[in-house]
Ligand binder design. Sequence first.
Ligand SMILES: Cc1ncc(C[n+]2csc(CCOP(=O)(O)OP(=O)(O)O)c2C)c(N)n1
Ligand SMILES: [Mg+2]
Length: 784
Amino acid sequence: MSFDDRLPFLSALERKVLWLASWTIHHANHLRQGDDSLKVGGHQASSASLAAIMTALYFAVLKPEDRVAVKPHASPIFHAIQYLLGKQTREKLENFRGYGGAQSYPSRTKDSDDVDFSTGSVGLGVAITSFASMVQDYVHAHGWANGRPKGRMIALVGDAELDEGNIYEALLEGWKFGLKNTWWIIDYNRQSLDAVVREDLHTRFEQLFTAMGWDLVVLKYGKLQQAAFAEPGGERLKQWIDAAPNQLYSALIFQGGAAWRKRLLDDLGDQGDVSRLIERRNDAQLSALMCNLGGHDIASILEAFEAIDHDRPVCFLCYTVKGFGLPLAGHKDNHAGLMNEAQMTGLREAMNIREGAEWELFEGLDIPQDKLEAFLAAVPFAQQSNRRLTAPLIDLPEALAIPQQKTVSTQTAFGNILNDIGREQSDLARHIVTTSPDVTVSTNLGAWVNRRGIFGRDAMPDLFREQHIASAQRWEFSAAGQHFELGIAEMNLFLLLAAMGLSHSLFGARLIPIGTLYDPFIARGLDALNYACYQDARFILVATPSGVALAPEGGAHQSIGSPLIGMAQPGLTSYEPAYADELSLILRWAFEHIQQEGEEGGSVYLRLSTRALDQLQRTINPELAREIIAGGYWLSPPGPSTRVVLAYQGTVSAEAITAAGLMAEDRQGVGVLAITSADRLYSEWRRGQHHRHDGRLAHPAHVEKLLAPVPRDAVIVTIIDGHPATLSWLGGVAGHRVHSLGVDHFGQTGTIADLYRHFGFDAESIMRVVEASAPGRPIRFRAG
Ligand SMILES: Cc1ncc(C[n+]2csc(CCOP(=O)(O)OP(=O)(O)O)c2C)c(N)n1
Ligand SMILES: [Mg+2]
């Protein structure tokens, strides 16, 4: 279909989309029976702002391989478009924001209408598109595209989203990478949630994007305005528009034609041609002209999008009006604004929609239904019925190697295991992709990277190596590389992991993504981590070093609350092994877990340490292996005479074992419970409780079985190099007294021994706690 032939269809659909979105919101707020808590604004004006742009995109420009992140509050527009395309139900729209209904913010996991990227926390949906584009390049460079063309990764960006710092971190990373196939379409309505934004922000945006190597396309004036500028006096009107402050322009849009006339004639009256240009138009025409910004002009939008014939990243700066086409348009307080009954009736009548026919697809449009249906059936975007792709599972070896050093830290063991995998040309080795925000070497990924290389579309040799300068690290880029080098921005790490972890679904190629960072800096990217999990992206996070075991680095580098993050974050299972053999098993399990469909699977967080531990000389039988994965096992089992249990997680096993050994003479049957995952133990126990509360049968959880033989009057002393609350819940399982040791204030510099003593979980402190809480004879052997 020619450009011109499509315009009437797109204009009709734009009206329809705006109507359906407005009606959906109105229905949720005014008509649905139910709870007042569902009645929240924030969608109506914000949605209207993008109606034309999204209509042009979805009904004309997008191809099935394109992927889109929709500005959170434009969700009703997105759902309306999907409704028109037959991918959204009326029932879900009627239940917008309600339980099980279409979601407030587009959600990959909760919505059923083909959301590519979830949005909600502003800025993140924008930035993930650039990381998705990098992952797309990776998939193609590794020959896994299966003939599928590259798509454009598109973000529909609220202008206030550009206040989020993660946007700039992503832009810089994109520039370093040589970003391609990414469009950011800025809805420049000059309004945020609270108010009208600062003047002249567009100049900053223009400079920023240009500086980062993006093409910039500005859509400021619609066709009506362009035609008016060509009339005598038009140039003067254009100058007035360009000079008008944001607040004034918004206020006039809200007030409408008569206000426009008054203000324009106050400023431009009796100036010859321009005055006559204004006077030639009635109020409605004048208002239409002044509101005819580029972002609402379908022809200008289509022209701009379709003019792009290259794969460079493009920023479209689209001038829009928040609330365009609605009585809320332009008002600075319109973010939470809702139209009242009378206003909705007015809109319905203006749209030629009969009462009772509000959900009808073709009601009120002046194009015959069969023609519209034919147009919709031919929409390029809708030609592929299932845009959610799948990919076969990656073959895994029966077991991973276990590092054989007598004394080793979990961090070193991790590096060794990965190095071992990297030595082979296995399915697993090929599909692992690693990344790290400038801590590749210091988190022990170096050996893996030496073997597998760094990914870059353009090859770049390691000059040090070429010059024969001795270096342990080979830093070579090529299209075959399997490591993404990132700068120090943890937000970027999690957004890249999110994109990698969705690769099977977005690009039909399954990756096994592993990201490493220092444990305390999870907090730096926490919202992006949550965002990745919310979308059900699958990856392995290796956080190391951790705890106050990072002793000489001091309080700024030591992590305290991260085990609680691991427990509290849905979609992420956390482990903190003490020994290399445990880590080997857990990593093997993680490779499988991240590939499992649905709620059976998820992402995995490994909290590792630089503290070297003497390894236990043992062979792990299948039962012990199962327990390690289930979250814990008895290192020294309890007996009927047990009055003390030391339950530890992580490398404080050394303190627990030392204390148990020293106490053995004076306390009978001290139990030592090795916990590899408080998270696993806790969540299984909670799930079982839920089942029982619902009157369903639940097998005893692993932790219930573990604690069953512990006499009721025994005390459990829990020990972790992290927040003590991680393990203090153990008392709730079978009613034991618990004394929890750990870290609950900022650390110091010093040796590990200094700090463990300082925080009261060295062996001596543990024994003092036992003496105080489990009466018995004095403990004679002391730690030192
Ligand atoms: C991280 C985060 N902080 C705050 C919010 C609350 N919030 C929702 S939309 C919004 C700003 C909306 O402005 P803009 O992006 O320009 O979109 P518009 O409403 O103009 O369409 C804010 C602050 C949020 N969703 N996410
Ligand atoms: Mg805005």
